[in-house]
Ligand binder design. Structure first.
Ligand code: ADP
Length: 154
């Protein structure tokens, strides 16, 4: 099983869509291994968006992402990183496919409701950025046998 880091962004919090965003992941069958609300400060934002530091829109993203607290999730499942990226849809919500979170709920490139780690390696770094070990829960979801075939859950 793989883990990934999701952030429910300030636009989703402001629009009262946090629960709706979370339900896409829950309904898909991803296990919540960790969940917390976090106010992103400047240091955390610079670290999290370091790969975009040279983009003209970088200051705007930092302002936007720090405007309200976000909800950080550590989700677990088979190929969770790729599954969550696909569930979010492409970055520009206007182009995101219907059925995805961004495609169903947004119209913006910046205010696109959700962040999801883009690789297994990034996920490892991002989970450690947001969660201490004792904030992550290693429980056995009771319906696992109905979510996966035997060879998929081994
Ligand atoms: P993603 O979140 O889909 O992995 P990126 O890592 O490229 O996309 O960008 C991080 C975030 O920065 C996006 O989710 C979006 O909120 C914002 N962003 C990306 N590109 C732009 C842009 N051209 N203009 C404004 N905001 C952008």
């Amino acid at each position: 099983m793989e883990r990934t880091l999701i952030l429910i962004k300030p636009d989703a919090i402001a629009r009262g869509l946090a629960g709706r965003v979370l339900s896409y992941f829950e309904a898909k069958g991803l296990k919540i291994a960790g969940i917390k609300m976090v106010q992103l400060d400047e240091a955390l934002l610079k670290e999290h968006y370091a790969h975009l530091a040279d983009k003209p829109f970088f200051p705007d993203i930092c302002e936007f992402m720090g405007r309200l607290p976000v909800i950080a999730l550590c989700l677990e499942g088979l190929e969770a990183v790729e599954v969550c990226r696909r569930l979010c849809g492409v970055t520009n919500s206007r182009q995101a496919a219907p059925g995805t979170i961004r495609g169903d709920l947004g119209l913006s490139m910046q205010a696109n409701l959700v962040h999801a780690s883009d690789s297994v390696e990034t996920a490892r770094v991002e989970i450690a950025r947001f969660f201490r070990e004792d904030e992550l829960f290693d429980y056995q979801p009771p319906l696992l046998a109905y979510q996966y075939a035997r060879d998929e859950r081994e």
